[in-house]
Design a protein around this ligand. Structure first.
Ligand SMILES: NC(=O)c1ccc[n+]([C@@H]2O[C@H](COP(=O)([O-])OP(=O)(O)OC[C@H]3O[C@@H](n4cnc5c(N)ncnc54)[C@H](O)[C@@H]3O)[C@@H](O)[C@H]2O)c1
Length: 326
């Protein structure tokens, strides 16, 4: 029995696929490579190139593989782009996703693990954010993910198909050869490390007038390895449980952008010039998770407990990539 993992050439999907394989699970990958490259795929895992809404390709996968579960990572992920081009996000992240899920639900697949996000919550009403917190996304990216969660809840009510929606906070860090390689890169840690490597002149901070300790946005950073282990636990949970779950994945600790820059300066020894610019539309001020459900129900324990440990792993990855590209 195999897990069909979409988006497996991307940052998180490739890491998760690789770790699932190490843990003895059978995995096959589907990715259209629109936001990634073939060389980012983990080795030794069967790969189907194409779109999640390509029904003839899904027919082929279904005929060739014995699919037990789907883990759905494939999506567009840029908050700023989603504000500028909302249709693209509702189409890829919602319309195509429900078409894809529907295909496998019709074929009898009962287990769905969905990559959701902290962006479903919007501006927090209290901290830490638990799973019952009101969902009021401040951007189309978060809304497109919330729509999928609503679809999965409807499927849950009308059938015996169960899901775990994992709401990641800021996925970060690297696991060996698997690290953040987005193009264009909009995530804070890889951008700062590119400044440290001399690939960019400075880091731009989007606003310093938020209601936080130093005015910059506060986020909860979670290592991609810990996210991968949560997927394994979610898959095992669905193999024995009859209830769907919504699960936050975070550390419970918040770091401001200035904290992250300071940590990167300490780890890299580089100066890392920074400049404040306007706020970016759609950014909540603070996102910090309560991950109690992940711990209590899935038995999840984080391996990477400090932001320094996360940044050190990312730094190793980015330095190696830089050396290889020379
Ligand atoms: N990176 C984060 O901090 C973060 C936080 C919360 C949630 N997530 C979610 O995790 C998932 C993975 O994020 P990531 O950072 O690895 O992104 P990524 O861009 O690195 O990977 C996404 C992959 O999906 C593929 N893809 C996109 N649309 C597709 C389609 N229609 N058909 C087939 N393949 C398609 C892309 O080619 C890419 O390889 C996403 O669903 C994202 O919303 C990410």
């Amino acid at each position: 029995m195999s897990i069909l993992l979409t988006g497996g050439a991307g940052y998180i999907g490739s890491t998760v696929a690789s770790i699932l394989k190490e843990e003895g699970e059978e995995v096959v990958i589907l990715d259209n490579l629109k936001r990634s490259k073939k060389e980012h795929l983990p080795t030794g895992i069967k790969f189907y190139e194409g779109d999640i809404d390509n029904i003839s390709l899904l027919e082929k996968i279904y005929a060739e593989e014995n699919i037990d579960a789907v883990m759905h990572f494939a999506a567009f992920i840029e908050v700023g782009e989603s504000v500028l081009e909302p249709y693209k996000y509702y189409e890829n992240n919602f319309s195509k996703t429900i078409k894809f899920f529907n295909y496998f639900i019709d074929k009898g697949v009962k287990k769905i693990i969905f990559s959701s996000t902290a962006a479903v919550y919007g501006e927090p009403q209290y901290i830490p954010i638990d799973e019952d917190h009101i969902k009021n996304p401040t951007n189309p990216y978060g809304m497109s993910k919330l729509f999928v969660e609503k679809f999965l809840e409807s499927v849950d009510r009308s059938s015996d198909v169960r899901h775990v929606a994992l709401r990641y906070f800021n996925a970060s860090g690297a696991y060996g050869n698997f690290g953040e390689n987005h193009n264009p890169e909009t995530h804070i840690i890889p951008i700062i490390l590119e400044v440290a490597l001399g690939l960019r002149d400075k880091i731009f901070i989007n606003g310093d007038d938020y209601n936080t300790k130093d005015g910059t946005c506060v986020r909860d950073y979670i290592h991609v390895y810990d996210i991968a282990i949560a997927h394994l636990l979610a898959y095992r949970y669905l193999s024995k449980s009859k209830e769907s779950l919504k699960v936050n994945l975070g550390s419970g600790e918040g770091y401001s952008i200035l904290d992250i820059i300071e940590s990167c300066r300490k780890i890299t020894g580089a100066e890392i010039p920074a400049e404040i610019r306007e706020r970016r539309e759609g950014d909540p001020s603070t996102l910090i998770a309560s991950s109690k459900i992940a711990e209590d129900v899935l038995g999840w324990r984080r391996e990477y407990k400090t932001v320094d440990a996360i940044i050190e792993s990312a730094w190793k990855f980015h330095k190696a990539k830089f050396e290889n590209n020379k």
